[in-house]
Design a protein around this ligand. Structure first.
Ligand code: V47
Length: 389
């Protein structure tokens, strides 16, 4: 859609001033962000789509990855979580390093480039365990990129190591850690944390840990868990705090809005977001996070049809092939646990976009776009001001 048409729709929706800012590359304020939650969805989506196409054209990134959740034992008792078990509770498990390696071995005939490894917080696990599971993965498949440990896991690992995180991170890297995922950020606002996950790190601790990760030279992702008890103002606060940290470090590669799935959680009485709320969250993320290059529509959580639509509401990435997802499926997700690479490629094409297989750091592995295939990289450079443009 051209700028004039988008502007007409924005005018009708009362957000022409916001559209003007987006077109000229001016940062949106917190107030603008709150207004985007109340404005006509199609006008907001068209604006986010303009920004997506301005940056990435039709290119849509995916990777061939595998998830491993090494334990579901957790002491944080988050009310939104259906995955956690107490030690000894039925269904509780902790994988030995050999079992983690076995999971990797099972996929040896697939062109997997990344393992996404996250889990609960089980205080009994020693520091060596975390090093050993990374080493086990790398020994089994040396070429694989290990994207592991959310910020709260890193805080726990440092606690067990009895060393500051700045000393622990190089040791994890030495073992084979390549980058960190974006989970566990939830909603930073203290009010929401106090009601929903008061045993977990604060929002500020999550941000401080992410800063340390970036200072250690690692890239990471960021998320927001939306669609439960948070207000639009609290969502905008969360996005603004991510944006400010990104101004400082440039270390975030991708933002992923995560839709709350209520089944089997203490918040099962809440409805969770519908598809329209999911599309709006994608669009607001794209528009507010002007310094984060990629916005991911995590198909496992959204369903494939909603993820396809999200590609016209600001998203330019769909995550990967996944294989055996537990966190959402325990919470009632009805999506498959894996798709084949060829299926991902096809449904990106069906959405009218150009599929690009990337590695974790956005180097191009394969592209349907010949020019990009020749350049071989869509990776932003880490440093101040992130990857604008
Ligand atoms: O940290 C937990 C969330 C996260 C529920 O970095 C729930 O590339 C909805 O972070 N309903 C894990 N959400 C998933 C995650 C992720 C996924 C894909 C890619 C990346 C990346 C990161 O899921 C948790 C928590 O925030 N979560 N329970 C639930 N019932």
């Amino acid at each position: 859609m051209n700028q004039e048409r988008i502007l007409e729709d924005a005018e009708a929706a009362g957000i022409a001033d916001i559209a003007g800012k987006v077109f000229e590359g001016t940062r949106l304020s917190r107030e603008d962000g709150v207004r985007l939650y109340g404005a006509d969805l199609h006008a907001v989506g068209a604006l986010a789509n303009w920004m997506r196409e301005d940056r990435h054209g039709d290119l849509t990134y995916f990777n061939v990855n595998q998830h491993v959740n090494y334990t579901n034992v957790c002491n944080k008792l988050c009310r939104f979580c259906a995955f956690q078990r107490l030690p000894g509770q039925e269904g509780a498990y902790v994988m030995k390093p050999e079992e983690v390696a076995e999971k990797i071995r099972e996929q040896r005939d697939e062109p997997v480039t990344e393992v996404h490894m996250v889990a609960g917080i089980y205080p009994k696990l020693p520091y060596e365990y975390y090093l050993d599971i990374i080493r086990a993965v790398k020994a089994e498949r040396p070429s694989i990129h290990v994207k592991a440990f959310t910020m709260i896991e890193l805080m726990q690992i440092a606690r067990r190591a009895k060393k500051p995180l700045a000393e622990v991170l190089p040791e994890l890297v030495e073992a084979g850690l390549g980058s960190c995922p974006g989970g566990g950020a939830e909603v930073f606002a203290d009010r929401v944390r106090d009601e929903g996950y008061d045993k977990k790190n604060t929002g500020q601790e999550w941000l401080d840990t992410a800063r340390a990760v970036h200072e250690a030279g690692l890239r990471s992702n960021c998320t927001m868990l939306h669609g439960h008890i948070e207000t639009p103002e609290e969502r905008v606060d969360h996005l603004d705090r991510l944006r400010l940290l990104q101004d400082e470090t440039g270390g975030f590669q991708t933002y992923i809005p995560l839709s709350f799935h209520p089944a089997n959680t203490e918040w099962s009485h809440l409805p969770g977001p519908d598809a329209l709320a999911e599309l709006r969250e994608m669009a607001v993320g794209r528009l507010m996070l002007d310094n984060i290059d990629h916005i991911k529509a995590y198909w496992i959580m959204l369903s494939i049809p909603v993820a396809q639509m999200a590609l016209s509401f600001g998203a330019d990435d769909v995550d990967g092939t996944v294989v055996e997802e537990k966190i959402y499926h325990e919470a009632g997700a009805t999506t498959p646990q894996r798709v084949k690479r060829a299926e991902l490629v096809q449904w990106i094409r069906d959405a009218g976009r150009v599929p690009v297989e990337r590695d974790t750091l956005y180097n191009v592995v394969w592209s349907a776009d010949e020019e990009l295939a020749a350049v071989g990289s869509a990776a932003p450079v880490m440093g101040a001001a992130g990857g604008r443009g």
